[in-house]
Design a protein around this ligand. Structure first.
Ligand SMILES: Cc1cc2nc3c(=O)[nH]c(=O)nc-3n(C[C@H](O)[C@H](O)[C@H](O)COP(=O)(O)OP(=O)(O)OC[C@H]3O[C@@H](n4cnc5c(N)ncnc54)[C@H](O)[C@@H]3O)c2cc1C
Length: 385
């Protein structure tokens, strides 16, 4: 084993690992980040469509994403990189009583957790999104401070900043073992060697369960495939991300927005889920989502799709992430199970981990960690996962 020693080893240079490395380095902690792929963000991060919302039903996720929103929205001003941040807000639309009640029932808890969100009646929703199909529309929620950014540009910005601050990255290297002594982490083994460390953060995304297994632990992260696509760019016509939570044949929900360069980026949640790690895209989902999107927004019938892709959601049974220290192995931390929201959760989780490792945890952090603990029952379900 090499004699290289690091304060922290982060397994995974993805949506969570990259901002975490950045924020740790800003506090003088120099992590080693190891990733099996050839460069930063090549796991699920590059499949994300860029939506960033604090609109969740879980107080922990709201808190983390409010922090993420602060990072994304000030990044260009503070650090100079254009990550295509745009504050378009999120609109969850309701066409049936069922969705209206479900969305309205969440409002109080969301507002209590600090989210700026309100109910828009039909007329107000149509003013915000004139292209929506008016027939049957009842209204919806709108959270104006949510937004979007490019996952690729963001990953690159976090990677560059972390590198400038002295973080070491090892790509095309796979972690194959977690070395423990007397119940404590002492290092990691990889397919190319090994490193000494007293702290390991599992940020392994869809592959996180296998990483936990290397430490003799288990974490209920099961990946499933989601498909997305982008159209040709057109003149600006759509401000917020539109989310339609009505289930239909073959899909649980779908969401789309117009990103800064003008393309409409969209994603669908297949139903039943396509469990596994297959990232080869298909074309079979396109007719299904096209039908749904054109039904909701008829003008989209005239726009051409340029590209589709497929990626993985690292799902947990209750739709919330797993973040926290292991009770069995000192120095081992989970930051996994980001489900369909890892890009938006990444900076918030990174800041939380940084406070944990620098002894600056707040009361709110304690609440967050209690909710996201690896030792919870995984009984409930996040309503907007
Ligand atoms: C189609 C689609 C659309 C999405 N849209 C959004 C969106 O709009 N907003 C949003 O917030 N989220 C979105 N997501 C979800 C988001 O992409 C994921 O939740 C997020 O990328 C997970 O982040 P992560 O850091 O946990 O995993 P990743 O970004 O996948 O990073 C994990 C890394 O760990 C590495 N790794 C794992 N095991 C090992 C090992 N043993 N050795 C070395 N390296 C290892 C992997 O190579 C990988 O690079 C979307 C996902 C998909 C598929």
């Amino acid at each position: 084993m090499s004699t290289d020693t690091f304060d922290v080893v982060i397994v995974g240079a993805g949506s969570v690992g990259l901002p975490t490395a950045c924020f740790l380095a800003e506090q003088g902690i120099k992590p080693l980040v190891i990733d099996q792929f050839a460069s930063a963000g090549q796991g699920s991060n590059k499949a994300a469509i860029g939506g960033i919302r604090a609109t969740h039903s879980s107080p922990a996720k709201i808190r983390l994403c409010l922090e993420s929103l602060r990072v994304f929205s000030t990044w260009e001003q503070a650090r100079g990189d254009n990550i295509e941040w745009a504050r378009g807000g999120y609109a969850f639309v309701a066409y049936r009583e069922h969705e209206r009640a479900a969305l309205q029932n969440l409002l109080k808890a969301q507002q209590r957790a600090g989210l700026n969100i309100g109910w828009l009646e039909r007329r107000e929703m149509l003013e915000l999104v004139p292209a929506l199909c008016a027939e049957g529309l009842l209204g919806g929620t709108y959270s104006p401070e949510d937004g979007s950014a490019s996952p690729m540009l963001s990953a690159h910005a976090f990677y560059r900043r972390a590198s400038e601050l002295g973080v070491t990255f090892r790509f095309q290297e796979r972690v194959t073992g977690v070395i423990r002594r007397r119940g404590m982490v002492v290092g990691v083994r990889t397919d190319k060697g090994g490193y000494a460390t007293e702290t390991i953060i599992n940020a392994g995304g869809a592959w996180a369960r296998a990483v936990a297994n290397l430490a003799g632990l288990d974490v209920p992260v099961v990946p499933d495939s989601h498909e997305a696509g982008i159209t040709e760019p057109v003149a600006p016509f759509l401000k917020p991300m539109v989310v339609d939570i009505r289930p239909a044949d073959g899909s649980a929900n779908y969401y789309f927005y117009q990103h800064k360069p003008g393309g409409v980026v969209f994603c669908i949640t297949p139903d039943p889920p396509i469990v596994g790690t297959d990232r080869r895209e298909t074309s079979s989902y396109l007719p299904m989502i096209a039908r749904r999107m054109v039904g909701l927004m008829p003008c989209l019938a005239n726009i051409r799709v340029r590209r589709t892709w497929r990626g993985l959601y690292p799902m947990t049974p209750d739709g919330s992430p797993v973040v926290g220290r292991s009770k069995e192995i000192e120095g081992y931390i989970e930051a996994v199970g980001m489900c369909g929201q890892g890009f938006m959760l990444g900076p918030g989780v990174g800041l939380l981990l940084t406070r944990m490792l620098t002894g600056r945890e707040t009361e709110a952090d304690a609440e967050t960690l209690k909710e996201l603990t690896p030792y919870r029952a995984f009984a409930g379900a996040e309503a907007l996962k």
